[in-house]
Design a protein around this ligand. Sequence first.
Ligand SMILES: Cc1ncc(COP(=O)(O)O)c(C=O)c1O
Length: 410
Amino acid sequence: MEFRFSKLAQKLKSSMIRELLKYANVPGAVSFGGGTPDPETFPRHQLAEIAREVIEKEYKYTLQYATTEGDPELIKQLLLLLRRIYGLDGLSSENILITVGSQQALELVGKVLLDPGDYVVVGDPEYLGALSAFRMREAKFLVVKFEKDGPNLDQIEYHLKRMQKEGELSKVKFIYVVSNFQNPSGITTSLAKRRALVELAERYDVLIVEDDPYGVLRFKGEHLPSIMNFGGTDRVILLNTFSKILCPGLRIGIVVADKQIIRKLVLAKQGSDLCSSSLTMRLAARYLERYDVLEQVKPAIDLYKKKKEVMIEALKEEFSDVCDVDWTDPDGGLFVWTTLPDIDTMEMFKYAEQRKVFYIPGEAFKPYEEPSSSMRMSFCLPSFDQIKEGVHRLKLAYLDYVEAKGLKCR
Ligand SMILES: Cc1ncc(COP(=O)(O)O)c(C=O)c1O
């Protein structure tokens, strides 16, 4: 049967991550693949109790359609939480939209800001889900290197100046940045760069989309002010989510933006799903009312801190003799980004698969298709022993690969 798919559907490809991780569940495998939080950190008993309660006592709300903007009870709690996390005052419910995870927020932002052929400034590497959402709008990418302290600002300015010269600046719709412990690199944009980014965006009159699922998961050092703290809602759209600090199953994302932008996003969301789930929104609202989520998440932060330390130690032990090897050592989040010189981590993947260890090749996070010598290693799900064993296997896979290719490894 030949179906007449749209041009967009014809271009859709299965996500590389999904394809690669199909076999990550084989018995005995160690996977550094998914960025999925450790389920043992989910407050399942508390949520189960509240779920029963809100279904039985608040069924007229929880089993009914909700408004597109989101549950007012949850928005009330979110305004308090946003003040605590970011020190953002002066926001009202009109500045908030609740989405089905922040992935939907990315899709909606794409829908209301991007026409085909518009430009978005993105990093190399960049969060794959954002790239996919913007690709769906046929956006073009202005790519800048994501360095040890965040995006290369000279390259951003170079792009903006060039677009201005070509009379195309109005087509540059926004700069996308994951400000804390970026997925995939684990890198945090420095305070100086946050400020300078806002100045740059103001000078060239472009928006910034700040995506911050990981900021709360800081296990070392001081929390930095968000980019929105410097740019406000005139300049910045801030995205957040409950996926990493509570649980992804609730599928609750948050957009903080100027009222006019929120209104457009609401209209776009109506055409997409009418509303987020009344049930999970109210469940989250009552959870936030009863428990201090920032306290509750502390054991999870502690667990991730320890797992990260085990991964870094294992990398030191196994890979220190490989010349020019590099890995990030993040102060939070879920990812370490390891770079092995002169290798293609996509090619190496089959050797890793044979050794039953899985990672995401850096190529998945490239805005344009090209090989990468880096890989994303997520430390949140495997146990301490699995992390050690996985890094050991990774070294063996690396040695298999360099031998097969006749490369010099050290
Ligand atoms: C940077 C970033 N943005 C957005 C998301 C989407 O998260 P969710 O849709 O679960 O809120 C993720 C998930 O991993 C992410 O890493």
